[in-house]
Design a protein around this ligand. Structure first.
Ligand code: TRP
Length: 327
């Protein structure tokens, strides 16, 4: 039986955070049970302003990091979106089957255009169509994404179903697989907000390439409360977050984390947490430094992914073009 296909992607807009790490670890695990396709969404990243040198550096850094975390280029397809022109091609086709009203109604479009009034470009509007093209080009069944992308997956399903109704079965209709763990990692300074790459307060966010010293410093400064009781509770956002980080890093349950810290204090919690994060990140960083320092070899891996992705994308777009009636 054909193994089911997982597709997901991440934008090259900076070093991934501790929150992203939880999500990426899930990708690593999925490789054991599915045919996996993981993409660096560089086309998507153009919807916000990018400096060419920074974009290139971020792209290579991210690719090397994905491999360092455990994505296996021999098992999975790992590639850059911009290397496969069929993404843009299919986006155009799907655009013609999408109402602009649908796009103007998307939550992320509304939020992003409110936040950045100076750059409401049409790419931002069509962003979900490009994302649908990504997924449908590979006939993915499962698409692990964070909650913020759920609406985009629903949109992708809508287009796939619409297209199939007009032309007969052409696309696999995907399901979302919403991440639970990484999703819950909040800002260390304002634990009611998601941990974000772009938070101006650097103490809020731990990045995968942070030094041990920075990790210790940031965890030490993390917001807690004055109770000195380590348990999950509605009003203990700071402690909930630190416990969640522990669960994510150690792959343990919430109950286990509470039990583990039952007779410890906040200072213990922070020391243990900083150490656990450092140990994990150190292993990744060692691999990363090795991979990133040999650019020729890195490009070989990039080319391998491109080649494998192209085989699938070319075949699929040919079929779609024939279906539509292109001569
Ligand atoms: N939009 C996603 C994000 O910012 C990234 C992405 C692009 C994606 N194409 C995708 C995710 C296809 C899943 C499937 O997180």
């Amino acid at each position: 039986m054909l193994k089911r296909c997982v597709f997901s992607a991440i934008q090259p807009t900076g070093i991934p955070t501790l929150g992203n790490y939880g999500v990426l670890k899930k990708w690593v695990d999925l490789q054991n049970d599915y045919n996996c396709v993981f993409m660096v969404a560089d086309l998507h990243s153009l919807t916000s302003k990018q400096d060419p040198d920074v974009l290139k550096k971020n792209s290579l850094d991210l690719f090397a990091l994905l491999i360092s975390i455990g994505l296996d280029p021999n098992k999975s397809i790992i590639y850059f979106q911009s290397h496969i022109s069929q993404h843009a091609e299919l986006t155009w086709i799907l655009n013609c089957y999408t109402g602009i009203g649908e796009l103007f109604r998307m939550t992320q479009f509304k939020e992003k255009s409110k936040k950045n009034k100076k750059n409401i470009n049409s790419g931002l509007l069509v962003y979900p169509v490009l994302m649908a093209a990504d997924i449908l080009l590979f006939d993915a069944n499962l698409v692990p994404v964070g909650k913020d992308q759920k609406q985009h997956i629903e949109f992708c399903r809508d287009i796939a179903i619409r297209f199939n109704k007009i032309f007969g079965p052409c696309f696999e209709v995907p399901n979302e697989l919403i991440q639970i763990v990484g999703e819950k990692i909040m800002s260390l300074q304002e634990p009611n907000k998601k941990m974000s790459k772009s938070d101006p307060n650097l103490n809020s966010t731990i990045f995968l390439l942070d030094s041990e010293r920075d990790i210790i410093k940031k965890i030490k400064r993390a917001v807690t409360d004055s109770e000195n009781i380590i348990k999950f509770a509605e009003n203990k956002l700071g402690i909930n977050n630190l416990l969640n980080i522990f669960c994510s890093i150690k792959n343990v349950s919430l109950n286990y984390a509470e039990f583990f810290f039952r007779d410890k204090n906040y200072s213990d919690l922070k020391n243990i947490l900083a150490e656990e994060i450092s140990i994990n990140f150190n292993i990744i960083q060692e691999k990363y430094n090795k991979i990133r320092s040999d650019e020729d070899k890195l490009y070989q891996v990039i080319n391998l992914g491109c080649k494998k992705a192209k085989l699938i994308a070319e075949k699929k777009i040919k079929k779609i073009k024939k279906t539509i009636g292109f001569a």
